[in-house]
Design a binder for this molecule. Structure first.
Ligand code: HEC
Length: 177
């Protein structure tokens, strides 16, 4: 019985090694399975695009913090806060259309969370994606105007609209993490 048991253990161990090799082989060949979804643009493009998006997010976070009330807000005079909100909003207004050049045809897959729906059948950036970028620009420009008038409540409201414009594009064109 003892020998039989040992044999069984050895057999099980061998099977484990075989299974491990099998999994390793599958992993080694897995990239070819993703070939159809291969990214045609460079890795640097996707990296830069994500940096660009992160910069937008930082502008957005900055605006949000600057619009807080006096108790939890940034402790500098309101006129200075407003001046900075205007700078952040102007940057976002300029960056919205610039986004379009960062999505060359088929630049999805791999590290990118961009969805295929960004491009239409002809391989051009879809009208819907362009509309969403335009929508973000419109709300950022509106925020500049509202901020120039100086009412913090109105600024806060418009900043929320701008943040919504970001989310409206992500919900359609950015894959879940
Ligand atoms: C027109 C569509 C669109 C708009 C508008 C848009 N985004 Fe994005 N965003 C994307 C897409 C697509 C990605 C995924 C890019 C990728 O992974 O290649 C993305 C990615 C991101 C990321 C993740 C970056 C990373 O490191 O992976 C952040 C953060 C982000 N966006 C913030 C914003 C903010 C803030 C706004 C608004 C001020 C905004 N986005 C507006 C389409 C948009």
């Amino acid at each position: 019985m003892g020998t039989h048991f040992k044999k069984t253990v050895r057999h099980a161990a061998l099977m484990t090694v075989a299974g491990f090799l099998g999994v390793s082989l599958c992993l080694a060949f897995a990239p070819s399975a993703f070939a159809q979804k291969k990214i045609q643009s460079s890795k640097s493009l996707v990296k830069y695009r994500q940096i660009f998006m992160d910069v937008k997010a930082k502008h957005n976070q900055g605006i949000k913090l600057l619009t807080r009330g006096s108790k939890s807000g940034v402790a500098i005079p309101a006129v200075d806060r407003i001046e900075q909100i205007i700078s952040h909003s102007k940057a976002l207004a300029e960056m919205a259309p610039q986004m379009l050049s960062l999505f060359p045809k088929d630049s999805f897959g791999s590290e990118s969370r961009a969805t295929e729906g960004i491009w239409d059948e002809a391989g051009e950036i879809s009208a819907e994606f362009q509309y969403k970028a335009g929508n973000m620009r419109g709300h950022a420009e509106e925020l500049v105007k509202v901020a120039e008038k100086g009412n913090m409540n109105e600024i806060r409201r418009q900043a929320a609209q701008l943040a919504l414009a970001c989310r409206e594009c992500h919900s359609d064109f950015r894959e879940e993490e």
